[in-house]
Design a binder for this molecule. Sequence first.
Ligand code: PCA
Length: 201
Amino acid sequence: MSVKSVVLLTGFEPFSGQPFNVSAEGIRLFCESGGSAARAELSWRVLPVVYDEAPLRLRAAIDELKPRVVISLGICDEPCYRIERVAHNLDDTEAADNRGEVRRALRIIEDGPESCAAPYPHAELARRLEEKGLPWRFSESAGGFLCNHVFYHLCHRAAAPGSGVESAAFLHVPPLGEGEETGDLVDAIGCAVDAALDSLS
Ligand code: PCA
């Protein structure tokens, strides 16, 4: 019997006074729909939009679940799926986190590299989104807020010897328009998970 790969999906809680965060909705709906469940053991976690907390929760989930694949999601303000390829060692935005903390020009991990490329088949994800007719673009910066913060911690952790994380990605998802169905979002997450699973040996 083959052992299923463990896949961890993360999204974020609401921030900036928004009532919900589509990234958390998306992973919940995807897991509840049983997406990719035939090939993988799926878990999802909603991370706080808090600099000091989010990486601890991510780390705790990785330690507990020992995933081969981790895909983190966050909402962006563009009408397309943004495939983040590089995480940067920099918190830098005027936006406050959910505890009111603002970080300007601060390194995320003091002795970490300037940037980390995510170990993930980005082109394959792009191909799958394109095939489904979903709008997407590559991005070399996930911003200076919590999304890049978590992405950097994720890439740093994946790169550590013996981490067990073979594939790690960050996908920015577009806001849902009023009355818009969540089917595309669930499909996009499926594309991201399947691209990673197919890349594992
Ligand atoms: N988006 C924010 C943080 C949480 C989220 O969903 C970002 O782009 O950094």
